[in-house]
Design a protein around this ligand. Structure first.
Ligand code: FAD
Length: 152
């Protein structure tokens, strides 16, 4: 029988990020997932990741666009946390090796995307999400951890 401090069920972006955070906090973490991380919905996304990185943008505008895009059904505290923390998380992903597309001056590129009042979508060529999943998976496995996949 396996024993762990934390078991994360589902190895999409949310599960991978939670597992990395738990592991960095010192827990012995296992992940169990029906699909391999790069085959999750996270790996299928093609548009990019939104984050208010520019001075002319703000997490509040990002939050407003997100709430509006949800027809005001989004969970406001969760939306606030997402939008406040996404700039730091995107830069963290970059430091983990995510090959974001860049401007000529070296800044991470951002482009317009559906529902946005500001071009705040970061991307990495044509397959940002697969690359994001791959970076998180590699960060996870480089720490000596395992992800068990089951089912189809
Ligand atoms: C084609 C497509 C394009 C998209 N484009 C974008 C985009 O450009 N930008 C954007 O922000 N969002 C986009 N999205 C939405 C985005 O991909 C999802 O909101 C996000 O990936 C959800 O992440 P997650 O970790 O919560 O879930 P997922 O990535 O779906 O991961 C869930 C994981 O849980 C596993 N699982 C499920 N049930 C069980 C179980 N009972 N036991 C064990 N494991 C289980 C699954 O196998 C999977 O690995 C897109 C989605 C799709 C499908």
């Amino acid at each position: 029988m396996h024993e762990h401090d934390v078991v994360v069920v589902g190895a999409g972006g949310a599960g991978l990020r939670a597992a990395i955070a738990a592991q960095e906090a010192g827990a012995d973490v296992a992940m169990v997932s029906k699909l391999h991380p790069v085959r999750s919905h996270t790996g299928a996304a093609e548009g990019g990741i939104n984050a208010a990185l520019r001075d002319a943008d703000s997490w509040e505008d990002h939050a407003y666009d997100t709430m509006k895009g949800s027809d005001y059904l989004g969970d406001a505290p969760a939306v606030e946390a997402l939008c406040r923390e996404s700039p730091e998380e995107v830069i963290r992903l970059e430091h983990w090796g995510m090959p974001f597309s860049r401007e000529e001056d070296g800044r991470v590129s951002q482009r317009p995307f559906g529902g946005l009042s500001f071009p705040r979508t970061t991307y990495a060529g044509a397959r940002p999400a697969t690359r994001c999943s791959t970076r998180c998976t590699s960060r996870w496995s480089n720490a000596g951890s395992r992800c068990t996949t089951s089912g189809t």
